[in-house]
Design a protein around this ligand. Structure first.
Ligand SMILES: [Zn+2]
Length: 412
């Protein structure tokens, strides 16, 4: 048994305990309270004192492409999304297996160092299944499927299912499927994924309503996408626009009923919000990636007002500067008018709910898995705790996943 203590403990978004402590036995949290209470009832072998820090539930990153980590600073910022996609495609053409592997390994280190304990990672090549599996992170890894030709739907799903069947899940690894986006996946393929995922109880996610170009492509068949897709030989000759908005596109295929992660939702209509709500899907907001592309203000407040479950993602380093969810929380605190406790929920319990893990992780509570991080505070002690948590100077110094210390920058 080990006690982890710090000046503050925020076990969930509603509570803050001064001089708080957590007791961990093996992989599980057994006690939560003040250090004095815990010291009087528990006989422990070891005390880890994080000092002037806040113990928080481990942060949950709902959207990564860890295999793109090495593209950091190699992709030129552009307001045209299709130019960005094309740059990624070109940059990866010469990549060998070892490039993907080193990219994923780097992404794993950066995630753990910044207090992330769970990631929802999308893999296009399948490398993440093997590299991430060896890491101590808790993870769902989604195999990406892409094909806009409806005639290929069965072939694509069967090929990917056969690849997935070779991957063994474990206590920290779940496997999923991710149809890439409505501009690269036919309705038939979304349908096939939805049906198969339901039968096999496989988690799903998709990029959706990310750009105005995507809306234009789906509703009118015009904009930047047709040229890019022709260049990539991905647009079937007889392709016709479905003439509907993205969430309706998903709803028509049954995909929304699989409790998917809906990544981005940057451009959704007021009529689409109830569809998401009814389906029980979760929205993944990537604040700094959203800013990187210069999108219009995200409809986050509308989504929260509608009581949708919204969690946070970093996206990849091809559109962001760090893989830190703490950095996303700080960005939200300074750029969006939402309560600190909502930001904490988004980074923890909402992420857990989105992944169906809310009975295991996302809060520091007796019986929950010991996924914990510790954020060191600087500055004036009279300043509000949340202001100090979201100050640029705060940083993660401790990460525990499933009871295993994965990162520890304390001197004790
Ligand atoms: Zn993405």
């Amino acid at each position: 048994m080990v006690i982890i203590r710090a000046k503050y403990l925020i076990p969930d978004s509603k509570n803050c305990i001064e001089s708080g402590a957590v007791v961990v036995n093996d992989s599980t949290i057994t006690h939560v309270g003040t250090f004095n209470e815990i010291k009087s009832i528990c006989k422990v072998e070891k005390i880890i004192d994080l000092g002037n820090a806040i113990i928080l539930p481990g942060l949950i990153n709902l959207h990564t492409h860890l295999d793109l980590t090495n593209l950091h600073n190699l992709i030129k910022p552009t307001n045209r999304f299709t130019h960005w996609v094309y740059q990624i495609v070109c940059a990866r053409i010469r990549w060998k297996n070892e490039d993907y592997i080193s990219s994923i390994e780097k992404g794993i280190s950066l995630s753990i160092e910044s207090g992330t304990t769970t990631v929802a990672d999308i893999t296009n090549t399948g490398h993440s299944f093997y590299v991430l599996k060896k890491s101590p992170l808790r993870k769902i890894i989604y195999k990406e499927v892409i094909d806009l030709n409806p005639e290929h739907a069965n072939e694509v799903i069967n090929k990917n299912l056969s690849e997935l069947s070779n991957i063994e899940t474990d206590a920290l690894l779940l496997k999923g499927i991710s149809p890439h986006a409505p501009y690269s996946v036919s309705k038939e393929l979304y349908k096939a994924v939805a049906q198969t995922a339901k039968e096999m109880n496989i988690p799903v996610c998709t990029h959706i309503a990310e750009t105005q170009d995507e809306i234009e492509f789906l509703t009118k068949g015009t904009g930047d996408f047709p040229a890019l897709l022709r260049q990539l030989r991905a647009l079937p000759d007889n392709w016709q626009p479905p003439e509907i908005t993205p969430i309706k596109y998903l709803n028509d295929t049954g995909f929304l009923n699989n409790h998917p992660l809906l990544i981005h939702c940057n451009y959704i209509t007021d009529e689409e919000i109830p569809l998401i709500k009814l389906s029980g899907a979760s929205v993944v907001f990537c604040p700094r990636s959203h800013h990187f592309f210069g999108h219009k203000q995200h409809p986050l407040l509308k989504l929260l007002d509608a009581n949708l479950n919204v969690g946070l993602g970093t996206d990849s380093l091809a559109s962001n500067d760090s893989l830190s969810i703490l950095d996303e929380m700080k960005y939200l605190f300074h750029h969006y008018s939402i309560l600190p406790r909502t930001i904490i929920s988004m980074a923890t319990i909402n992420g857990a709910k989105a992944l169906g893990m809310e009975k295991q992780v996302g809060q520091i509570s007796k019986g929950f898995k010991a996924d914990i991080c510790g954020i060191k505070l600087q500055g004036n002690k009279t300043v509000d705790i949340y202001k100090r948590l979201f100050d640029t100077s705060s940083e993660n110094i401790f990460t525990m996943i499933n009871g295993v210390i994965c990162y520890n920058m304390t001197c004790h």
